[in-house]
Design a protein around this ligand. Structure first.
Ligand code: GLN
Length: 277
């Protein structure tokens, strides 16, 4: 059998990624090789002449073939970073996005004096966990309709050493209490926009976490319709929203009797976060 060094496998992986139009081929190759060999990315360059074993070679080739069909790096690695915390992900949960870090950032900055939070559609648990880490003595309840998501969310909470009450609920179906904050980053992509998404998202991330009926608005409507029953007197709602949805969600919120409505932009100057009181 021919000898494979780290240098050789790195060159091979980069060539493969280029052939398959994977963006940032070098960075992808380095990350996946370092992950498989359990070394730091930069250590690759100190170990270029080191031989790899047959098992390592097979593992790297397997991972490269997954990436070649555009499986997201985060699913292959089984984890991502969100607001500086390690969050496990698999195909049952959406990969937390940088836009959602802004939602969390805003809440941490503006809502220091709250006692209770409900996170609807928690997915990987990224929002709930980050808030638990950064807001002191807040009771956090987080729900999802998918059992598989709740399993990952619980693992993430344990791994990050936070106490969150996770349970299954279809929006408010199994929620009893009232909360100072109701937060949600629900599925909000219309079917039309969903059809245009890159393969990397469309073929790998759960459609149920991304796409929503009624032009992507159905979950905002369902949440706002019942939210008052589950908010404390000075309670507020925070949503992540699609770039073109602020006006329509404002109308829905007014329909259900909310009047203090604010929209905040993301780093690309798109409407991204709403606060509804
Ligand atoms: N709340 C989770 C997140 O922000 C999941 C969102 C979703 O699946 N729509 O990452």
């Amino acid at each position: 059998m021919k000898i494979w060094t780290i240098s050789k496998i790195l060159n091979w992986a980069v060539t493969e990624f280029k052939k398959n139009s994977i963006s940032s081929p070098k960075q992808n190759a380095e990350t996946l090789i370092a992950h498989t060999l359990n070394i730091k990315r930069l250590d690759i360059y100190l170990l270029l002449d080191k031989e790899i074993s047959g098992t390592q070679l097979e593992a790297i080739m397997n991972i490269v073939s997954r990436r070649n069909i555009h499986e997201p790096l985060q699913y292959i690695l089984g984890e991502t970073e969100f607001y500086g915390y390690k969050i496990k992900v698999n195909k049952n949960v959406l990969i937390p996005r940088p836009e959602t870090e802004l939602l969390v950032e805003k809440i941490i900055h503006d809502e220091k004096n709250i006692n209770s939070i409900l996170d609807i559609g928690t997915g990987s648990g990224a929002i709930a966990i980050t808030l638990a880490k950064n807001l002191n003595s807040v009771l956090i309840e987080a729900t999802d309709i998918e059992n598989e998501a709740l399993i990952i969310a619980k693992q993430n909470a344990t791994f990050n050493c936070v106490d969150i009450n996770f349970h299954k609920s279809d929006i408010f179906s199994d929620v009893l209490g009232t909360y100072d904050l109701i937060i949600s980053n629900p599925p909000y992509i219309s079917q039309k926009d969903y059809d245009q998404l890159p393969i990397e998202i469309k073929d790998f991330e759960p459609k149920s976490a991304l796409q929503a009926d009624d032009n992507g608005l159905t979950f905002y409507d369902k949440i706002l319709q019942k939210a008052k029953e589950h908010l404390t007197e000075s309670g507020k709602i925070y949503f992540e929203i699609g770039y073109d949805q602020a006006k329509m969600i404002t109308q829905i919120a007014k329909k259900y009797g909310f009047s203090d409505i604010q929209v905040f932009k993301d780093l690309n100057s798109f409407d991204r976060i709403m606060r509804i009181i």
